[in-house]
Design a protein around this ligand. Structure first.
Ligand SMILES: *[C@@H]1O[C@H](CO)[C@@H](O)[C@H](O)[C@H]1NC(C)=O
Length: 313
């Protein structure tokens, strides 16, 4: 496959495996889901910013999570929507690497923020009296900053390794965004180092956060079981329920993608799972947090009422 020295300047994204008559329905569906994602997450960020009752560590992390969901979805979905309508589904080489970088960046950021949120719930339930001193604003800022630094390093490492590969013959990506594994299959240079780094770093970035989350929930459960009371259990459920749902959605998709034995039509399965984590998960997170949450509803009421009074004067 070593066909000459000329390098490829753009890739073709094949998009979703759809029949031509299905294109318009799916276009409308993805557009609606993307708009819901943007509006839902923006609403959460604005509510938390405007309402001072929500300036607690849990909601500041949630606002960061919404920001990262919004960006994560925006890395892939607008390009997908654009390609569904255009005759020329191409993406430049630099655009492809940039998409890969931001995809990794916001994907990891989400996983690190989920760990910070799990730690926050652990402190809130196991050390309720010291919560204010342990989860100080500087610690919160520090956790968010560390997440940004680690995720920058990780995304940069993969992007630089990918940029060092040579792409010379094939430029058709059978996916709807520049997925790392799809790109590796197109490279004409040796990809063993890349695969090794993906394997090791992927393990660290997915498995360590997952174990940390499991550990904090194990501590939460054991602390509730030590003094079992209906009130304690209800409190734990009401404060951890939303976080646990988001964690299950996030890791459920990853586990479904990588651990379940793949059927023969694995491209279809891979595409469906990729749609799950790029389109569906970022859309559901705001609903999971706001529907059952009395604080968020109260904040919405207060923000709307506060806005109404000056207008009615
Ligand atoms: C993210 O969290 C930090 C620290 O708690 C907070 O200062 C910042 O405002 C949050 N960012 C967003 C976009 O909500």
């Amino acid at each position: 496959m070593r066909g000459g020295n000329q390098t490829i300047s753009e890739f073709l994204l094949l998009g979703l495996p759809l029949q031509p008559e299905q294109q318009n329905q799916f276009y409308a569906l993805f557009l609606a889901m993307y708009l819901t994602t943007v509006l839902g997450n923006l609403l959460i960020i604005i509510l938390i910013r405007l309402d001072s009752h929500l300036h607690t560590p849990m909601y500041l992390f949630l606002s960061n999570l919404s920001f990262s969901d919004l960006c994560f979805s925006s890395v892939t979905v607008p390009k997908l929507l654009n390609n569904m309508q255009s005759q020329d589904p191409s993406i430049s080489y630099a655009g492809c690497l940039a998409q890969m970088y931001f995809f990794l960046f916001f994907g990891d950021l989400e996983s690190f923020l989920l760990v910070a949120m799990a730690y926050d719930r652990y402190v809130a339930i196991c050390f309720p009296l010291h919560y204010g001193t342990i989860m100080s604003p500087s610690l919160c800022l520090c956790l968010v900053a560390v997440s940004w630094v680690l995720t920058t390093f990780h995304a940069m490492l993969h992007t630089l390794l990918m940029a060092s590969l040579c792409f010379c013959a094939d430029n058709v990506i059978p996916h709807f965004f520049c997925d790392m594994s799809a790109l590796l299959k197109l490279a004409c240079s040796d990809t063993r180092v890349n695969e090794l780094v993906i394997f090791i770093m992927g393990g660290l970035v997915v498995v360590i956060p997952f174990l940390l989350i499991i550990m904090s929930y194990a501590r939460i459960v054991s602390s509730i079981l030590k003094v079992p009371s209906a009130r304690g259990i209800r409190k734990a459920f009401s404060t951890c329920g939303s976080h646990l749902s988001v964690v299950s959605l996030f890791y459920g998709t990853i586990i479904g993608l990588y651990l379940c034995p793949s059927a023969d039509n694995s491209t279809v399965k891979e595409t469906v799972m990729a749609v799950m984590y790029t389109v569906v998960t970022p859309m559901l997170n705001p609903f999971i947090y706001s529907l059952r949450n009395r604080d968020m509803k109260g904040a919405l009421g207060r923000v709307i009422c506060k806005k109404k009074i000056p207008f009615s004067l």
